[in-house]
Design a protein around this ligand. Structure first.
Ligand code: PXP
Length: 237
């Protein structure tokens, strides 16, 4: 059964619209588990634009399923991760000006840096996932680095504008997922997935886990967190 990690960053985005106390992402983390999802995902960005250090500490204390901390492979964040001890760290590239994570990690060109970061995290019993574009060379580099998982970036698929492009992007995701599974990497996927476009991604049987945020939080504004998560679980399971 495919697993669902719910990214709750945008509950914090709404809080930061007023720089106040509500809505609290800690409450969202509790709701994610009550609704039956498999884990909570949060991204602590260098600029702390949504999730804050306090959120990460308190969410770590309340999450009993699986906490996946997305972060850039920087010294500051590695220190943070080995203090917080999430179940998994997903390493993502980060640019200050971007609205959201725009592309996958260039694993090949940051090999030495990633090797150091991954060995420190794994020495602290933290599983490591690398967020990469669906590209065979990146998959192979991730396997050489002994990552536990790759998370395939679905951004190009969800932004595809015509059927040919959609099919082409789905084929890239499928090929990368098959290659990763053969290399004994766990396979997850995410970015921009919603209640419509997720239907094709779950047909790729090598994909074990989906990490979805914005579409679930958007629906939750109207129907509540629990219903929004249950709707997604019904679709993917
Ligand atoms: N996976 C990764 C690695 C991400 O950076 C994000 C966005 O924070 C997501 C999944 C979730 O993307 P979305 O909010 O578009 O569902």
């Amino acid at each position: 059964m495919i697993r669902l990690g719910v990214n709750i960053d945008h509950v914090a985005t709404l809080r930061e619209a007023r720089k106040g106390m509500e809505p609290d992402p800690v409450a969202a983390a509790v709701m994610v588990e009550m609704a039956g999802a498999d884990g909570v995902v949060i991204h602590l960005r260098e600029d702390r634009r949504h999730i804050k250090d306090r959120d990460v500490s308190v969410i770590r204390q309340v999450v009993k399923t699986h906490l996946n901390l997305e972060m850039a492979p920087t010294e500051e964040m590695v220190k943070k991760a080995v203090t917080i001890l999430p179940n998994m760290v997903t390493l993502v590239p980060e640019k200050r000006q971007e609205i959201t994570t725009e592309g996958g990690l260039d694993v090949q060109n940051h090999y030495d840096l990633l090797e150091n970061v991954i060995s420190t995290l794994r020495a602290n019993n933290i599983a490591v996932s690398l967020f990469i574009d669906p590209d065979i060379y990146q998959v192979k580099a991730a396997a050489r680095l002994r990552a536990d998982f790759v998370e395939l970036h679905t951004g190009n698929y969800v932004n595809a504008e015509d059927m040919d492009q959609i099919i082409e992007e789905l084929e890239k995701l499928k090929a990368a997922a098959v290659a990763a599974a053969k290399l004994r990497l766990g396979v997850s996927a995410g970015h921009g997935l919603n209640y419509q476009n997720v239907r094709e991604v779950i047909k790729i049987k090598e994909v074990e886990e989906l990490n979805i945020g914005h579409s679930i939080i958007s629906r939750a504004v109207f129907v509540g967190m629990e219903a929004a998560i249950r709707d997604m679980l019904k679709l993917i399971r």
